[in-house]
Design a protein around this ligand. Structure first.
Ligand code: ZN
Ligand code: CU
Length: 487
């Protein structure tokens, strides 16, 4: 074994204040990297390295893991992933809200919201009929961040069913199980549903449990954009818990929120419900730090109440950034009719209570996930600003939680929830996914008006031991890998 003095280091990060992703209090330490791994933590005053990064006065943390993304296609189309790297993210979980780019049959329709990540215009029309093909493409053309891939239930439905407005028949369930099994064998960590959305709204609890059998067999996680995040939120949480218990698998409630004014304050009910369930089964949740949501532009009047701002529109790109109510008024039509004319489109919905957002963020077990939509022309600012906003606004300015807790919610907790070993914490032998940032200045700059803005205060981002972002600039490295469950 090498003595400390002749230890070989490719990178030495000197003088940092280390927050290791476990919630342990910060310590001053140097961190040494060799190849793709952390090999030294301590006082490195007698060590040298090929490259030395001075991090004095700065925080060194595990690279952030974005627990909720729609980056499936962006990873291949825009592999530098600047929106993520520039806020300190080194890994992204894909395949959320029921939609994944694979496994998608060639003939399958691509209804919203699947079309956001798998339209025929993306990938030059190419689709990935099997999951292994998608992961192979990511390995041949790596992105700048690691990928933790999931399968979308809606993607399975459009591939295996000839009509989406009903429960799946037994033969269709078997076809979906086979697709999920193949995906799990290829490396998927789990499955997500999006029963809120029309293409999966007719799926029953029974259909979901049956389709998800391979998760129980092979050890996967069940993640859900629930049927209802408004009036029937409690029933939706109960359904999610029931699915987890029926399968004996961990569940994650995606972007937990209480939408619409009559539900404001109900996180006082849902969080204790979730907390109680955690005593009997494995439950996780994530949240983004904004009080507006963003998704496809709905077409039913009821879902268009309140302030709705157009984020993208295929038919009327000139109206991006305008409010739906103004557009409808100028055309002299109903909200639903205006929405129809703007399709295919996505929108930002100002529909949440800031007190709920803060209560959910502050809930100890809540992970941070951006839910950013990279395909929008004017995306929700969460795509660029989620992690730096939690660190700047919610941790430093509003003091919702200590910095150690904020970082744990973005790293150690997330790696543990998705079963990703040797990531999410800074320990000797772990992979060197790291971020150096300035705790005094870190913050989001992305706004609703001007969303594509890199964060303040993020200095260095290292992915698998490769410096990817330095002094606020992406240096072009694409060292990301496909990560799979290790336990
Ligand atoms: Zn969602
Ligand atoms: Cu989502």
């Amino acid at each position: 074994m090498a003595s400390r003095d002749d230890m070989k280091l490719s990178i030495l990060i000197r003088g940092a204040t280390l927050i290791d992703g476990t919630k342990r209090p910060r310590v001053d330490a140097d961190v040494g990297i060799d190849g793709d791994q952390i090999v030294f933590i301590g006082d490195a005053s007698r060590l040298t390295a090929d490259r030395v990064i001075d991090a004095s006065g700065k925080i060194l943390a595990p690279g952030f893991i974005d627990s909720h993304t729609h980056d499936d296609a962006a990873l291949l189309l825009d592999p530098l992933m600047l929106a993520k790297v520039s806020q300190g993210v080194t890994s992204v979980v894909t395949g959320n809200c029921g939609v994944s780019t694979a496994p998608l049959a060639d003939h399958a329709p691509r209804p919203m919201p699947l079309s956001l990540i798998a339209s025929r215009e993306l990938h030059g029309g190419a689709s990935f009929p099997d999951f292994a093909g998608y992961l192979g493409a990511l390995e041949r053309s790596p992105a700048s961040v690691n990928v933790i891939p999931m399968v979308g239930h809606t993607t399975l439905r459009v591939s295996a069913m000839d009509a989406l407005d009903r429960e799946a028949r037994p033969d269709e369930v078997r076809a979906m199980q086979a697709l999920l099994s193949e995906a799990m064998d290829a490396g998927a960590v789990g499955l997500s549903t999006g029963t809120y959305y029309p293409p999966a709204a007719a799926a029953t609890t029974r259909e979901i449990v049956e389709v998800c059998r391979p998760l129980a067999e092979k050890g996967g996680i069940y993640v859900t954009h629930m049927r209802d995040e408004a009036d029937r939120c409690v029933e939706s949480i109960e359904e999610t818990l029931e699915i987890g218990r029926a399968l004996g698998v961990p569940v994650v409630i995606s972007h937990h929120k209480l939408a619409r004014e009559q539900n404001f304050g109900r996180s006082l009910v849902t969080l204790p419900l979730i907390e109680a369930a955690m005593k009997c089964q494995c439950v996780g949740l994530d949240c983004y730090p904004y009080d507006a949501s963003s998704t496809m532009l709905h077409q039913d009047e009821a879902r268009l109440k309140g302030r709705v701002r157009i984020a993208s529109s295929g038919s009327h790109p000139e109206l991006v950034g305008h409010e739906l109510a103004d557009i409808a008024a100028s055309w002299g039509v109903s909200l639903a009719e205006a929405s129809k004319r703007l399709q295919p489109a996505s929108a930002i919905y100002f529909s949440m209570d800031e007190a709920d957002v803060q209560r959910i963020l502050a809930f100890e077990q809540t992970m941070i996930g951006s839910d950013g939509l990279p395909s929008s022309e004017k995306p929700h600012p969460r795509l660029w600003g989620t992690f730096s906003r939690v660190l700047g606004r919610y941790c430093r300015e509003l003091n919702l939680f200590p910095l150690e807790t904020a970082i744990w919610k973005m790293t150690g907790l997330t790696a543990r929830t998705f079963g990703i070993g040797r990531r999410g914490t800074i320990e000797v032998g772990n992979y060197a996914d790291l971020v150096v940032f300035d705790a005094q200045t870190v913050g989001d700059r992305a706004t609703y008006e001007n969303p594509a803005q890199p964060s303040a205060g993020i200095e260095t981002v290292i992915v698998n031991g490769e410096v990817t972002f330095a002094r606020g600039v992406h240096i072009g490295r694409r060292a990301g890998r496909v990560l799979t469950r290790t336990r």
